[in-house]
Design a protein around this ligand. Structure first.
Ligand code: C5P
Length: 256
């Protein structure tokens, strides 16, 4: 796999309507390029939410944490990869397709739950590869959710996250979702190209809400996170743009 670009912030669009999501993307898309669509917005608005983000120049992390029989997860990954992509059907256009560069799909990353086990994770990875080939798109990243960041930090947390990360890697996944508290050890165990996504990002000034294993932007980057998922600290701020700017300032200053 290619070396990952520098770390970035993903805004979690945890709102209940497409209209609210659109307002947020409109306000923030000049600063943030990647938006997470999870079960709340996807259940309310479906693929329209993804198409809206794409239309406004952003890309989507589709966080539906698939956990089902292998066949269903395989098919769901193909469905997610296909949103917003026009299938090229005729023979003549297939020849043309072979000559063209792969198209970047609106959904660049999706989640499955590592608790689904090896067969399910392998089918998820296979689904992404199949979709990429069939649709001539860049393969979406598939990352495995380990222990939720809303779970307490217990004695066995690190061990469990590392076990899940190794399983994800052995099954052909691109990376995992974990808290920043485990990220450095995951990086050590799984290498430089393994994708690490960290929710639970909170500064000392922020409310924790239901998150338990939290870290601030600088700590998450120091630990090796590639994608920092942030929702309520921005969504519930009096001034979401100013808050996003503050966090982006921390992100850009983190290497110094
Ligand atoms: O509002 P907050 O910053 O806590 O949002 C975190 C987002 O990341 C939520 O959308 C949540 O569903 C998601 N997430 C998480 N922990 C995981 C995986 C995803 O908090 N392990």
């Amino acid at each position: 796999m290619q070396r990952l670009a520098k770390p970035e912030i993903i805004l979690a669009l945890d709102v209940d309507t497409l209209e609210k999501a659109q307002v947020l993307v409109g306000k923030l898309s000049s600063k943030i390029k990647s938006f997470k669509i999870g079960s709340q917005l996807f259940t309310a608005s479906g693929p329209d939410a993804i198409k809206m983000v794409e239309k406004m120049g952003g890309r989507v992390f589709l966080d539906l944490k698939f956990h089902d029989i292998p066949k269903t997860v395989h098919s769901s990954i193909i469905s997610g990869s296909s949103i917003g992509i026009t299938v090229v059907a005729s023979r003549a256009t297939n020849v043309l397709k072979d000559m063209q560069q792969a198209v970047i799909p609106p959904v660049f990353m999706m989640t499955v739950h590592t608790k689904g086990g090896q067969a399910m994770l392998q089918e998820a990875a296979r689904g992404a590869e199949e979709a990429a080939k069939k649709l001539n798109i860049t393969k979406p990243l598939i990352v495995g959710v380990t222990r939720l960041t809303s779970d307490d930090n217990k004695d066995d947390t690190l061990e469990e996250v590392l076990k899940a990360a190794r399983l994800a890697q052995d099954s052909g996944l691109d990376g995992v979702v974990c808290s920043a508290l485990e990220a450095a050890k995951v990086r050590e165990a799984c290498g430089a190209d393994f994708v690490i996504v960290t929710p639970g990002i909170r500064s000392s000034k922020d409310r924790l809400n239901d998150q338990k294993r939290t870290a601030d932007v600088k700590q998450a980057i120091k630990a090796g996170s590639n994608f920092l998922v942030i929702g309520r600290p921005i969504l519930e701020a009096d001034d979401p743009i100013a808050k996003a700017e503050e966090l982006l300032g921390d992100l850009n200053g983190a290497g110094n």
